[in-house]
Write a protein that binds this ligand. Sequence first.
Ligand code: ATP
Length: 219
Amino acid sequence: MVTCAPERVAGALNSAIGILGGTFDPVHHGHLRLALEVREALGLAEVRLIPTASSHLRATAVARAEQRLAMLERAVVPGLVVDARELARGGCSYTIDTLISLRQQFPTSPLCFILGADAWNALPLWHRWRELLDYAHLVVATRPGVSLGAIPELARAQTTDFGRLTTTPAGCVGWLSIPLLPISATDLRARRRAGQCLDALTPPAVVAFITAQGLYLAP
Ligand code: ATP
């Protein structure tokens, strides 16, 4: 399978909505650049950053839900929107439930669910993952030259015609080759525990919040 350079699809803003789910424990420039690169490449109206309440696939977040939400609100820039629906819903955050809820709110808009390579490779472990394409497109961000694992059940949905991601409501998988920053929340938390500086890994307001709240100091 092939990935395409975003220059081919960049254009004017359309009504399509991007969705980036994550723990955001804490949000960092890797998340923000991912959201902004995909927004620009596809001409999305906005990208909604949706923090999970809890996940059946990973350990409980270190920061409390309201702290992760507060950091996101301090981090967003124009074009990015914080969407707290999974926190409001509570319980285990299943992406399928979130996409159903977004589809109810935006009945005809193209919805583009954005995944990093790690998330794509774990997709077959997600709850009701085969139904995700009934509600949204999957936009997988990869680096130039990096190959992702194939998911045979989704092969037929794969497209290199990225115009379809913003002109049809759902049903396609697009692998978008974009520059990604080698930053992870795990690394930020480790740096904080080691007393290292977090500047330029996440926005200054997030660094200030982490410091003020005494976050991520405990092993
Ligand atoms: P952790 O290190 O705690 O696992 P994380 O930094 O990977 O966290 P998540 O909140 O788990 O962040 O990730 C949310 C989404 O953002 C996932 O789809 C993930 O692939 C993607 N993502 C995380 N970091 C980056 C990055 N540096 N570049 C591109 N995508 C990223």
